[in-house]
Unconditional design. Structure first.
Ligand code: ADP
Ligand code: MG
Length: 604
């Protein structure tokens, strides 16, 4: 006996709307259909546990099959099944009104989007099907049911002769969606969305040696104390296809006040110039929702690789709602705290490993601090910098006592901490520093210029960072030189280098073997760096040539005839520039010519 019915809610207009919104995300239909099968198995298993149904002999599983000729994609489960009455209620009423509900939520979301298009359910299969048949047999002693509809406004329902308990969904794939009839496509969709679903999923099941496409009991659900390092590494490899071992990981395992399971891995990213984007996959009860959801996971945590399963995050709401949801905020806070705790524990208990991992961690931590000041407060004591002897110290150890506002007004400056941005390029300065017993920290990653400004702002009054070529520290000098001592030499050098854009100064260095060095004020250099960062053009650094009165070559300038002196002044200039930066090709030519002329002046 066949009955026909009208789908109560008006669905004619829904499909174009849904298709438009979900265009890039149609794939989710397979997740929805398989997830329904999983739910049905879970329900049946509950009944067995309660003694309301007898335990089946066969394995609980989902079988997916594609038939290119018949143009069908079929998903079959051996779950609870449905009676005729239930099909009417759950499919014709609930599934369709669920879709209508989704559409209205989507309209309210105002283009804002709903994460992973969660909540559309059974109806989503109509995005790719022109017709769907359901064959289902309830665990109750009732006859099997066949339901069919093209998803528009009518459906038919009749008895059928399905013998086994469970539900089979046969999707007649629309002509323009043919890709969903390719086994490879379906395989990769199952791997993407269903890889942690709790019952085995088989594709084109043959009955022997079939392997499920999913892991039914993913590691992140286990109790951390039962997991071995090898298991963590294996889970990392298989989930992220990264054959570099992760540095370490944080296992999130919480039941109260919210349910949160997952593992966050710190990947090896060494020597990457840019921030490497990681991948944090969000799951809800083992169902994949989406990657890198910034409304749930702070942007900087997305530099990590991880899996987060949190059924307590409301997912069928708009993204902006999620952003302001207090529950989500608590969850995010918890994740951040766990990450900070892990890093702190490592710093305290495995200092050596922490230091060797630091180049991989540094960008993540620094970026995190800049983005989230709460994170900074949690990790500030474990941010380390290498000094000139290669030892690591926490940045907080370098800071001075905060100067009072009154002192600041009176012109007192916060403690100076010198840094080098390039140990090799700034080797001469480094040597001068070391010889004078001065120290500096190594700030050579691309994020350091931003990060040191951030520290100066967070720790205002306690530190002022200066690059080692920005001035001559008192410790490098043999006392202050008098006006008298320096005036003559400065005038001579200025005259000799009149064509060059620079300031000239003279100081008495402790080290007599360096004729001169270049200084660029920290403030000016930072301004220029910022301008070029914001693409406002690169300003010329205003450089100062500091000649060394302790150096006999410099002193000799006083006694040389003008022509020879000019050659020597230029030579001193080029030497200083060479220790400061690379020469341009024009300068290189000039330098070579000056060298030659200098030699010739000796040969006569
Ligand atoms: P949801 O899963 O969020 O309830 P769906 O639209 O996916 O919404 O499904 C609607 C209802 O149809 C389900 O709640 C369930 O009762 C029923 N249903 C769907 N698929 C199956 C299935 N494979 N086995 C048994 N019942 C199902
Ligand atoms: Mg569902």
């Amino acid at each position: 006996m066949e009955r026909q019915g009208n789908i109560k809610i008006s669905s004619e207009n829904m499909m174009p709307i849904i298709k438009k919104w979900l265009y890039s995300d149609k794939d989710i239909f397979l997740r929805e259909i398989i997830a329904n099968g999983i739910d049905a198995i879970t329900k049946f298993k509950k009944l067995v546990e309660l003694g309301e149904a007898s335990a089946p002999e066969e394995e609980y599983c989902i079988k997916v099959s594609v038939d290119e000729k018949a143009k069908t994609l079929t998903v079959e489960d051996n779950g609870i099944g449905m009676t005729e009455e239930e099909v009417e209620k759950y499919i014709t009423q609930i599934a369709f009104s669920g879709a209508a509900d989704f559409v209205s939520k989507y309209e309210k979301a105002n283009g804002d989007g709903i994460i992973g298009h969660f909540g559309l359910g059974f109806y989503s299969a109509y995005m790719v099907s022109e017709d769907i048949e359901i064959f289902t047999k309830s665990y109750r002693d009732e006859s099997a049911v066949r339901w069919e509809s093209d998803g528009e406004s009518t459906y038919t329902i009749s008895e059928t002769d399905k013998a086994e308990r469970g539900t089979k969904i046969v999707m007649h794939i629309a002509e323009e969606e043919k890709e969903f009839l390719k086994e490879s496509e379906i395989r990769s969709l199952i791997q993407k969305y269903c890889s942690f679903m709790p019952y085995p999923i088989y594709l084109n099941f043959t009955g022997k040696d079939d392997k499920a496409l999913n892991t039914t009991n993913p590691l992140y659900l286990k109790n951390p104390k039962d997991c071995t390092d090898e298991e963590y590494k294996e889970f990392y490899r298989s989930t992220f296809h990264d054959y570099n071992e992760p540095l370490f990981w944080v296992h999130l395992n919480m039941d109260y006040p919210f349910n949160l399971k997952g593992i966050l891995y710190f990947p090896k990213v060494r020597r990457k110039v840019e921030l490497d984007r990681g991948q944090v996959k969000l799951y809800c009860n083992q169902v994949f929702i989406a990657d890198n959801i910034k409304e749930v996971i702070p942007e900087y945590l997305m530099l990590l690789n991880g899996v987060i399963d949190c059924p307590d995050i409301p997912l069928n709401v708009s993204r902006s709602f999620l952003q302001n949801d207090s529950q989500v905020k608590k969850i995010t806070k918890h994740i951040v705290k766990k990450v900070a705790d892990k890093l702190t524990a490592l710093f305290k208990n495995e200092r050596e490993k922490y230091e060797t991992s630091w180049p991989d961690l540094a960008n993540f931590i620094k970026f995190g601090c800049i983005k989230d000041e709460d994170f900074y407060d949690k990790v500030k004591d474990i941010i380390i910098y290498q000094n000139l002897s290669g030892e690591y110290h926490a940045i907080t150890e370098y800071l001075g006592e905060k100067i009072s506002d009154a002192d600041a007004e009176a012109g007192k400056e916060p403690k100076t901490v010198y840094y080098t941005s390039d140990v090799v390029g700034q080797a001469q300065y480094v040597k001068l520093f070391k010889d004078a017993g001065l120290d500096a920290i190594v700030c050579d990653t691309f994020i350091d210029p931003h990060f040191i400004s951030f520290i100066e702002y967070k720790e205002v009054g306690r530190v002022s960072f200066k690059r080692i070529d920005s001035d001559i520290d008192g410790a490098l000098k043999e006392g202050d030189s008098t006006e008298e001592e320096s005036k003559e030499i400065v005038e001579l050098v200025k005259a000799d280098l009149a064509d060059r854009k620079l300031e000239v100064k003279a100081e008495k260095f402790k080290n007599a073997n360096v004729p001169a060095i270049i200084n660029v004020s920290e403030f000016m250099r930072r301004m220029n760096e910022m301008n070029s960062f914001y693409a406002m053009g690169e300003g010329q650094d205003e450089i100062t040539l500091v000649v060394n009165l302790s150096c006999s070559v410099v002193q000799s300038l006083k006694d040389l005839p003008e022509e020879k002196r000019k050659l020597l002044s230029n030579q001193i200039y080029f030497l200083a520039i060479l220790s400061y930066r690379k020469l341009t090709s024009e300068e290189m030519e000039e330098y070579t010519a000056n060298n030659l002329a200098l030699m010739q002046s000796y040969v006569g």
